[in-house]
Design a protein around this ligand. Structure first.
Ligand SMILES: C=CC1=C(C)c2cc3[nH]c(cc4nc(cc5[nH]c(cc1n2)c(C)c5CCC(=O)O)C(CCC(=O)O)=C4C)c(C)c3C=C
Ligand SMILES: [Fe+2]
Length: 436
């Protein structure tokens, strides 16, 4: 029963009286609480019908049975760290996200990078399983289950020169072209290493962020960090496509894993080049500010023309429901196209871009208000593809020439990262690059 791999410092210390209560029907569990992982503790007591909670107004952690309070599935949901692909690509949107870029420290090279990726992978595996990070865990995520935590690691263009691995740099990682409408802040762009953290609990996500930052030690320092969010699971009456901060249903036409060409579009094939990128993917990250003061002045019908879809239910302006195919040729009584020629959802379609497709998996962000009250809010646009030159780039080139949405958004930061395939048991992410 006891999981010796979990540091004692992270085990819950039941409040006085709590153990007594636990012993009613669960004495074997109460006596072996020491050493249980956070997740195992929750599921074990859950199975006995008892749930530990921090109820009762106690300061800090109080393992106290809260009768008939089930552990919600939000906390219990777990994503596996090991697998063919890294986590955090095909999973559903999480309520909380941190995007962080690190630069290797001066003097740190391939050896230090390998040790760092090993440490990071171990930490990510533990945290995603609901376990403690280290002996001196901060307890920030104590009481919570894994909460669908995912941690994803990527390498930026500059990583390869710093580690003497230029020959291993994929051509797909060539720098993105300049786009005429870009307003990029270089300090918040690019980076040697990129980490994406997502979870359905804000404390679980922050806990992972802090643990990974500590793991970086003297090998790497944070270059930039962005914090994002999505709707909380269970907030809507039934599962729905997400909304963004413009109020639109966003994600409707994302490629679906059930589609036959999904893997081909999103992942480097297992026989792909370079071989260390087998089953990996490329993430384009753009911090896109929404000019909400301008957007919110538009009547809803004008907003709908900008996108080409209805705001309420996401259906194409040509009719039907959210999932009905858009009729690009449909005209109204006056002969005008019902989906305007410059509508964002028309212009970005794969069939209008030589098949270019990407999996969009964004977080919204809000970093307060500028001095004049203008919101600094928008989309941390993260999209995944097997090759950005055939995914993001042609679509963004077209958007850069001006679609109807362009005057309401501004690209303020950018990054492109090679995200290797998932680590097998006993391996760390990027091992085939760093030790190959
Ligand atoms: C370069 C790629 C894209 C950027 C940048 C982008 C920014 C952006 N998009 C929205 C809102 C919506 N986008 C929608 C569809 C859509 N957008 C892209 C690409 C980029 N968007 C694609 C490939 C698609 C799907 C096209 C298709 O296959 O039909 C939609 C419609 C609903 C949907 O399908 O998701 C909305 C709404 C915002 C707000 C934004 C920048 C802030
Ligand atoms: Fe879009």
């Amino acid at each position: 029963m006891t999981d010796q791999s979990v540091p004692e410092a992270r085990t819950p210390a039941p409040e006085e009286g709590a153990v007594d209560a636990l012993q009613e029907g669960a004495s074997e569990h109460a006596s072996s609480l020491e050493g249980l992982s956070r997740r195992k503790l929750l599921s074990t007591v859950g199975a006995t019908g008892l749930v530990l909670g921090a109820a009762g107004g106690a300061v800090g952690y109080a393992a106290r049975p809260a009768e008939a309070t089930p552990l919600t599935s939000v906390g219990a949901d777990q994503v596996m760290f090991h697998g063919k692909h890294q986590p955090g690509i095909t999973q559903g949107l999480q309520a909380r996200g941190h995007l962080v870029a690190f630069d290797l420290a001066a003097g740190a090279g391939r050896k230090e990078a390998a040790a760092l990726l090993r440490r990071w992978s171990q930490t990510a595996r533990r945290l995603m399983a609901g376990e403690a990070a280290t002996q001196d865990d901060t307890d920030v995520a104590r009481d919570a289950g894994p909460s669908s935590l995912t941690v994803t690691f990527g390498f930026g263009h500059s990583f390869f020169a710093r580690t003497g691995l230029e020959k291993q740099r994929p051509s797909a990682l060539d720098r993105l072209p300049d786009f005429s409408s870009d307003h990029l802040d270089k300090k918040r762009s690019d980076g040697d290493l990129w980490v994406q953290i997502g979870a359905n609990d804000a404390l679980v996500a922050f806990h992972a962020l802090r643990a990974l930052q500590k793991d970086a030690g003297s090998a790497a320092r944070i270059r930039w960090q962005m914090n994002g969010f999505n709707r909380s699971p269970g907030a809507t009456a039934h599962p729905m496509t997400a909304r963004n901060l413009m109020g639109q249903i966003d994600g409707t036409r994302n490629p679906k894993p059930s589609e036959p060409d999904f893997d081909q579009r999103i992942f480097v094939p297992s026989t792909g080049e370079p071989s260390w990128m087998a089953n990996g993917s490329y993430a384009v990250v753009r911090r896109i500010r929404m000019l909400l003061d301008d957007w919110e002045k538009l009547p809803v019908t004008a907003q709908e023309d900008v996108i080409g879809r209805r705001k309420a239910d996401g259906a194409a302006l040509s009719g039907g429901t959210e999932t009905t195919d858009m009729d690009l040729d449909k005209t109204d009584a006056k002969g005008n196209l019902v989906v305007p020629i410059n509508a964002h959802a028309r212009i970005t379609r794969p069939d209008q871009n030589g098949g270019a497709a990407m999996l969009r998996r964004p977080f919204s962000y809000h970093d307060g208000f500028d001095g004049d009250g203008v919101p600094d809010a928008g989309l941390l646009f993260v999209c995944w593809q097997a090759d950005p030159v055939r995914g993001f780039v042609p679509v963004q080139r077209k958007l850069d020439r001006g679609d109807a949405l362009s005057r309401f958004i501004r690209h303020e930061a950018s990054g492109l990262f090679a995200v290797p395939g998932g680590a097998a048991e006993g391996e760390y992410v990027g091992q085939r690059l760093l030790e190959g």
